[in-house]
Design a protein around this ligand. Structure first.
Ligand code: MN3
Length: 204
């Protein structure tokens, strides 16, 4: 019998060219259209006829991580991380954080510039491939990085924003200039309303 539930590639929340001139249509065509879609195709192939089939993405990530099933975990986490990435950026940026999140940023980082400096340092310092995140913990905010497909979804924190620092995320537009790509994210693309919604909805 065919599985009626498979993991699907979510739509991009904007058009392929919507983040220009900061990120090109060509980057999104590859990054969303090839890389993100590729993780979906690989995960669906990997979970076919297994106990993972029919589970949702978060269940697969949490279950696979504990079982050390790395191929399933890596593809599932990359799908989740990329969907979170697209939502962490907006063509209507940059804007500024508001509400309780703005207060939490000031408490933890001094001000918005302090947050940007901390995030940039972490994203530049991530060796090789990975992700940098703004997360809410039980004591406030933190900036963390995860290697490869790592995701804070498996930790006791609430992800608020992420930036993909794999080279495939920026190479077509910025070549090896990761710092310039990070600055563009921080200054032009961050979707603060998305972070605020995640912060206000946190459970801890
Ligand atoms: Mn990527």
């Amino acid at each position: 019998m065919e599985q009626d539930v498979t993991i699907e590639l979510p739509d991009l929340p904007y058009a392929m060219d919507a983040l220009e001139p900061h990120l090109s249509q060509r980057t999104l065509e590859f990054h969303y259209g090839k890389h993100h879609r590729g993780y979906v195709d690989k995960l669906n192939a990997a979970i076919e006829d297994t106990d993972y089939a029919g589970k949702n993405l978060e269940e697969i990530i949490r279950g696979a991580n504990r079982a050390s099933d790395m191929a399933v975990f890596n593809n599932a986490a990359q799908i989740w991380n990329h969907t979170f990435l697209w939502n962490s950026m907006t063509p209507d940026g940059p804007g500024e954080p508001g509400g309780a999140l703005a207060d939490a940023i000031n408490d933890r980082f001094g001000d918005l510039e302090g947050f940007r400096a901390k995030f940039k340092e972490a994203a530049r310092g991530q060796f090789g491939s990975g992700w940098t995140w703004l997360v809410a913990t039980s004591d406030g905010l933190d900036v963390v990085s995860t290697g490869n497909a790592g995701t804070p979804l498996t930790d006791e924190v609430t992800p608020l924003l992420t930036l993909d620092v794999w080279e495939h995320a920026y190479y077509l537009d910025y070549q090896n200039q990761r710092a310039a790509y990070i600055d563009t994210f921080l200054n032009d693309l961050i979707h603060w309303n998305f972070a605020e919604r995640n912060f206000d909805a946190r459970s801890g």
